[in-house]
Design a protein. Structure first.
Length: 277
């Protein structure tokens, strides 16, 4: 009994903190999305949300999926070079460079990219100065393309850190055996390393999805109007109209998108483990 009381005293403050600061606001937001002013169940908030922001929801999903595809490709490529490349100078340079975005806040990243990608930004000015473009040929990359570039650049450090660590943890004897049998580095990557690090790649992509769906500064500063991402719409509904129910309804949709991706990942991972067993 005394041991039980000590355990409760240890976990009680943490449990209470989670309940008050996380479960209570989450529960209230969910209730607000599904009830009207008289506390009766309703789907009117969702109907209003879809009538106003259906194109923004589709835009958000496309932006996230395209960003994830590019992010996965670049993260796997950089990780493979770091783990398999025989040129240590390149490995050290990549290992240093890919970590830099990890320590830069999203708001700073958004401002950097806006300065870099604008029509009169640093990139176009450098191309004009080099004689590769004329001022009339410059194009702004702000908008959907700039949002994708910013998301990929910012999240690449996080996903590469996870994937590279998983690749480095692969049993070296398997890699050495394949090399002794004459397998190329590309063959080793696809046949030996990638099958063993797929769960880690899935984790990196799911967590990156949650991050992209949560960031406000990037679409707000890099975007150029409509359509825009759901985070901007949620902030607009709250700040301009005080319309928390519709904003919370959009939050439910955002949660469902992340939950669907997580379910797909878990289903695939559990099926793969079942086949191995």
């Amino acid at each position: 009994m005394r041991h039980t009381m000590k355990s409760l005293l240890l976990v009680g403050p943490a449990t209470l903190t989670i309940a008050v600061l996380f479960l209570w606001p989450l529960g209230y937001s969910l209730i607000s999305a599904f009830t009207d002013e008289s506390h009766a169940l309703t789907l009117a908030h969702f109907a209003k949300m879809f009538s106003l922001y259906s194109s923004d929801i589709l835009f958000t999903v496309i932006i996230v999926l395209v960003s994830l595809a590019i992010l996965a490709l670049l993260s796997i490529t950089i990780s493979a070079i770091i783990v398999l490349s025989p040129w240590q100078g390149i490995v050290r340079a990549l290992a240093f460079l890919y970590r830099l975005p990890l320590f830069i806040p999203f708001i700073v990243t958004a401002q950097m990219m806006r300065t870099f990608l604008a029509k009169n930004g640093l990139m176009n000015n450098a191309l004009v100065a080099a004689g590769l473009l004329t001022p009339t040929e410059t194009t702004s990359l702000l908008g959907w393309s700039g949002i994708i570039i910013t998301f990929v650049w910012k999240q690449m450090a996080f996903s590469t850190l996870l994937i590279c660590g998983a690749m480095a943890a692969v049993d070296r004897s398997h890699i050495l055996a394949a090399q002794n049998l004459g397998a190329s580095r590309v063959r080793i990557l696809f046949d030996i390393i990638l099958p063993q690090v797929l769960p880690t790649i899935g984790v990196a992509m799911v967590l990156s999805t949650v991050t992209m769906m949560s960031v406000l500064s990037v679409p707000l500063m890099i975007g150029t109007g409509t359509p825009t991402m759901m985070t901007v719409d949620m902030a607009f509904r709250v700040n301009s109209y005080g319309d928390y129910p519709v904003a919370n309804a959009m939050g439910v949709i955002s949660y469902l998108i992340c939950a669907a991706l997580s379910w797909f990942y878990l289903r695939h991972t559990l099926r793969a483990k079942g086949e191995q067993a």
